[in-house]
Design a protein around this ligand. Structure first.
Ligand code: 5GP
Ligand code: MN
Ligand code: MN
Length: 327
């Protein structure tokens, strides 16, 4: 059955002339892919589009030329543009859109997202956690709007499916993911181009930072929980930014026997981001949500202000207690 919200969104976008498409802070591949795929699709239909993310886009994504169309919050004037509707993609709650959270109150808002922790903050919300990537949902919107796909749009759309499924290896890489990917590949997208751009594009300094992260690694609960951290000073020492530690939490999860991996990093002093991952069964989104964040059962996160050592102590205590109660 096609969701009512889906048809409602398609109808609203069909009628709209001016549309703002926004993604979430700390953008990942699915977010950038979803913003761009929807924006490019709607442009093909002759709509006037502003695309924006209130965050710096990680450097390697700029190898995708279309990324230059995504503007920062400061570079656009939503009120001057006066859109018929704002579409928010891949964001589970208003705090995830940065300074746009205030702007949303003044416009009609569509939310397209696949996080189970979504708070349904739009006027029309299509939220479906059975999708591996929001980019798959955007593909369906574009198809229903009869957007014609060229090679570039197919590539940009595939990026979100590839990145949010860990390049087709997470438990969310189901039959529909492979079918959608195959469809986009048939339209000219090259999965290897995206894989090289993201996985094989590292600076030597990143490996030194990784080495520090490994030095800081600790195991708890018979090796079922593994965690590590990087401080502001670590990033400075190796001339790195938070972009450089993007895949580190997956390295922690890769340890044999680990069910829960946690990576704490403080790129801005006093602001600690926590990335949670689990391997087979533990629902990390519940812990992240209880701390004010959110995400998926196998990948979630939150940012907490405070002293990194205190935060690590508290979060590990909470995780150990929750894990021990469930195992
Ligand atoms: P990461 O650990 O890579 O930052 O995030 C993993 C997952 O958790 C992503 O799906 C991301 O959207 C979500 N996430 C990360 N940080 C936050 C947060 O502060 N709030 C919410 N609601 N979700 C987050
Ligand atoms: Mn995302
Ligand atoms: Mn996503």
């Amino acid at each position: 059955m096609v969701a009512n919200e889906f048809l409602n969104i398609v109808g609203t976008l069909n009628e709209a002339k001016k549309i703002v498409v926004i993604g979430h802070i700390m953008p990942d591949g699915d977010d950038i892919s979803s913003v761009l795929s929807l924006s490019l699709g709607l442009k093909k239909l002759g709509k006037e589009i502003l695309s924006s993310i209130d965050w710096k886009i990680p450097g390697y994504f700029h190898e995708i030329d279309e990324v230059k169309h995504i503007r920062n919050y400061d570079e656009i004037d939503v009120y001057g543009f006066n859109p018929d509707v704002i579409v928010v993609v891949d964001a589970s709650s208003p705090d995830r859109v940065g300074r746009f959270s205030e702007v949303l109150k003044d416009f009609k808002v569509i939310v397209i997202d696949h996080h189970a922790t979504n708070t349904y903050f739009g006027d029309i919300n299509w939220v479906d956690p059975t999708f591996g990537a929001t980019a798959q949902m955007v593909l369906r919107i574009n198809k229903e709007l009869q957007v014609e796909y060229d090679e570039r749009l197919a590539l940009v759309n595939l990026m979100g499916i590839e990145t949010d499924t860990g390049f087709f290896k997470y438990s969310n890489a189901d039959e529909r993911v492979f079918n959608d990917a195959a469809y986009l590949i048939s339209l000219g997208a090259r999965p290897d181009v995206i894989a090289r751009m993201i996985l094989e594009n590292k600076r030597l300094e990143q490996f030194k930072l990784l080495s520090r992260m490994i030095d800081n690694l600790k195991l708890e609960c018979d090796g079922k929980i593994a965690y590590s951290f990087l401080s502001k000073e670590d990033y400075e020492e190796f001339n790195c930014t938070d972009e450089d530690s993007g895949g580190f939490v997956s390295e922690i999860r890769a340890i044999k026997g680990v069910e829960i991996a946690i990576f704490f990093y403080e790129y801005v002093k006093g602001e600690v981001h926590i990335s949670f991952r689990s391997k087979e069964w533990f629902d990390v989104s519940k812990i992240a949500f209880s701390l004010g964040g959110g995400g998926h059962p196998r990948a979630a996160g939150v940012t907490i202000n405070g002293n990194i050592e205190d935060i690590i102590k508290e979060v590990i205590k909470l995780t150990k207690a929750t894990f021990s109660a469930q195992r």
